[in-house]
Structure formats: C-alpha cells, structure tokens
Design a protein around this ligand. Sequence first.
Ligand SMILES: Nc1ncnc2c1ncn2[C@@H]1O[C@H](COP(=O)(O)OP(=O)(O)O)[C@@H](O)[C@H]1O
Ligand SMILES: [Mg+2]
Length: 250
Amino acid sequence: MTAAAIEARGLGKDFGTIRALEQLDLDVRAGEFFGLLGPNGAGKTTTVHLLATLLAPTRGTARVVGHDVVRDDLAVRRAIGLVFQETTLDRDLTVQENLRFAGRLWNLPGPLAVPRIEGLVRQFGLLERRDDPVRTLSGGMRRAADLARGMLHEPRVLFLDEPTAGLDPRTRRSLWELIGRLRQASGLTVFLTTHYVEEAEPCDRVAVMDHGRLVALGTPAELKRTTGVTSLEEVFLARTGHALGETGAG
Ligand SMILES: Nc1ncnc2c1ncn2[C@@H]1O[C@H](COP(=O)(O)OP(=O)(O)O)[C@@H](O)[C@H]1O
Ligand SMILES: [Mg+2]
C-alpha cells in the first residue's frame, strides 16, 4: 500500500477577517508531481505553510506522510523539504557554507553531509560556484542553491513555493529543467505552487486555486478536456471569470 503523501480535510486559515484558505480537501499521492496554480493572493503560500507546519490551521486537519501537521509537527518537519518564495540562504556565506550549515541544523553527520552536498552542487549546476558567496550568484543560481538545500536531508515531500517567480524567462526554463529532474528521485513527492501555466503543465495533476478555494483539480489534459479549452490559462478563465494574471480582487 502506498500511503498518501498529503491529505487535507476541510483545511482552512483566516487572518483576522481575511479567509486566506476556505476549506481545502486534497489528496496527493506519494511520488506525485503536484501543482497548485493560482494568481497572487489565491492562498498558495498559506496552503504550503499550513502543510509544512509553519502556520496553525483555523479549521480542518491535514496529514503529511501520515503525520498530523498539528499533533506530529516534528515528524512532518523531518519528512519535508521546503523552498520558500523568497531565498532564505545567508547571502554572505558561500553556497557550500550554506549547505554545511543546513546539514548541521538537520544533525547530518559530516561523513554523510559532505558527499551529499557534493552530489547536490553537481546536480544543481553549482559546482564551479560553490565557494562563492551567495550574494554574487545570479537569481537562478540562488534558487538552484535553495533547491539543493531543500533536498539535503532527503525529504519525502518537497514543497516549492513559486520557485521561479520573478526570474527572466530563460532562467525560469533552466530551473524548470532542474525541477523536472527531481522526479527521478525515487518516491519523492513534489508540491509546487505557481502562477505560471508553463510550470503547471508538466505536473501529474494540477489544483487551480482562486480566492482561497479550489476551482478545478485534475491532470492538465483532463482539465482542458472537461473545460473544452486548449490551455490552462483558459481553464482558469473559464472557472473563475477572470484572467490568471489579474488578482481578481473584489
Ligand atoms: N500573515 C498574514 N496576515 C494577514 N493576511 C495574510 C497573511 N498572509 C497572507 N495573507 C492574505 O491571505 C491571502 C492569501 O495569501 P497567500 O497565501 O500569500 O497567497 P498567494 O501565495 O497565492 O499569493 C491574501 O489575501 C493575503 O493578503
Ligand atoms: Mg505566495
């Protein structure tokens, strides 16, 4: 039996009077490459932070690899990797120093951490830049270093919150390639949020979110077929009445 990687039941979060996430019901299978697509303010980061135990839910429950995000938050944190919307690397430390520091936070013994870091800097194209301070790296390389750090403790579920937002199109594409290669990590579940349809397109399944609610869920092909359109942009428009690029406020 393969346990679900993520199960949310009626999961919701309010910030004062703002309902950031209404009531989310969602199952993500182990090994799935899952995309949460929505415009700014849709509730994507809130969803990730609830699942990653950084926020307490206002209502509902969620389990990540079988652990309850409230009761078993430590077990959840051990099982997940998280790449935040903004880089969280120390800009004055080198790539390698950042990764070593992360290794210590995860209590990885040196003999385990050193080869793993070596493998990750290779995998993410950072080999030549590993001894350079993070502040000297391009935006794309910095993101690649964030990804490497997110994978350091070999998580079973990797959360990527808008991993390529704000990058130029060419850099975005090269990062998509790196992210795509994560699929080869056996059994890894990837939960990615994005407002780029091109980033959602290669996902196994996509949940479309707007104003804290799921408005569609399925494979990209299913979503287009059942909506009778040819792109995920049009799926979004058909289900919400406004374009993905707009915040749709009000
Ligand atoms: N800490 C917070 N305090 C108050 N409102 C918040 C907070 N975080 C998010 N929100 C609000 O919740 C809604 C969803 O935000 P968010 O989850 O960041 O969306 P997304 O990541 O899709 O852009 C927005 O209206 C946002 O302004
Ligand atoms: Mg966000």
